[in-house]
Ligand binder design. Sequence first.
Ligand code: SAM
Length: 418
Amino acid sequence: MSDISGLPARKAALQILDAVTRRGETLDIAMPRAVGRMRGADAALARAISAEVLRWMVDLDTLIDSATRQRLPDDAKARMVLRIMLVQALRLETPGHAVVATGLPLLAGGPRRLAHGVFSALMRKNAKLPEAPTLPENVASRWQAAWPDRVDAIAAALASPPPLDLSLREPAEIENWAQRLDAAKAGPATLRLPRGHAVEGLDGFEEGAWWVQDLAASLPASLLGEGQGREALDLCAAPGGKTLQLAAAGWDVTALDISDRRLKLLKENLKRTGLKARSVTADALKWEPDQKFDAILLDAPCTATGTCRRHPDVLHRIFPAQIGELAELQRALIERAATWLKPNGQLVYAVCSLESEEGEEQALWATQSLDLELVPVKAEELPESVSPTAEGWLRTDPGMLADSGGMDGFFAARFTRR
Ligand SMILES: C[S@@+](CC[C@H](N)C(=O)[O-])C[C@H]1O[C@@H](n2cnc3c(N)ncnc32)[C@H](O)[C@@H]1O
């Protein structure tokens, strides 16, 4: 059945969506296994279909339910195939005949007539998706409780994948690189390009003049300022966006991560940019340093719900149990890191999460329970588009900077030892 042109990409999309929604796998883990050695264009199509289904799943289901007399079970294969078919017609501009030709074979031996009927009925009715995706119920209730004034803007930001942000190795060269890349300035060291560029083909890639990093992701490391040769520990460092930033800001960096595979990417990034850092493969819960540090950046493992625009799988595989487990790990990491600071040293704790249990609540706990004192973030340390919170923390969300492409959701707080 794979003789039908375009069918392998749809089969891969079905496999990816199954892995995310049934087994809780990330898009990034499910994707390589599903696409195997598929042509680049097919693999990109499989990812685009999967990501769009994950973004619009609730609204696709509303359409499907409006056209079926008997509600299809949530986990029915026919429902997933219909989501795949509809999203192509409604979001990816795939012609109806191609949608049908590549969709129905996915249901070999199954309810093909039903799927064909539902798809055709919705197309005849000129079915449409809303302007902004509807959040899955559990996500909506969490974010509504945490960000009642921001939740609509966050959902609206989910409608499209984000632009491409580049962090510059030499921020002083920003005007020059903005011109060479025809890019907009998004922050003092960040350039922004429309999405869709092949990164390796861009001017400056080979010479390591920049690396890909969302504007929001570049803010936590910037809170540690210039290193002037002092010692910094980048705890949970790989694949290394923030290690590169710290090294470029003159810190003598030790970059630690538990994952050898991810540290390999960090080393490749160091090589390409010509920046230097020591790398250590270790579990931060067991490792003991033989020195203390002037600065520690703890970009902790988290649910990554702040990256929902590029990783919409988080909308369907993160539940309170995962948030609770990660929050526990984060506390253990903060507790250890706090003991590795030199007197007057600074610790920045950061997560790319929109869950207050991983962000705001951790910062409060750290100042109440550990030997740490908050060093409030000041407005002048941040790009014009971002302000510190009243508490002196940094909080971004995908609905910020909406007119120029948004930004990831991040939380960061800076402490010193009491
Ligand atoms: C949010 S990512 C770090 C991103 C990185 N700071 C950057 O800017 O590219 C979290 C990292 O924590 C690492 N990690 C998870 N548990 C760890 C542990 N117990 N010890 C050390 N690293 C850990 C993961 O391998 C992952 O690379």
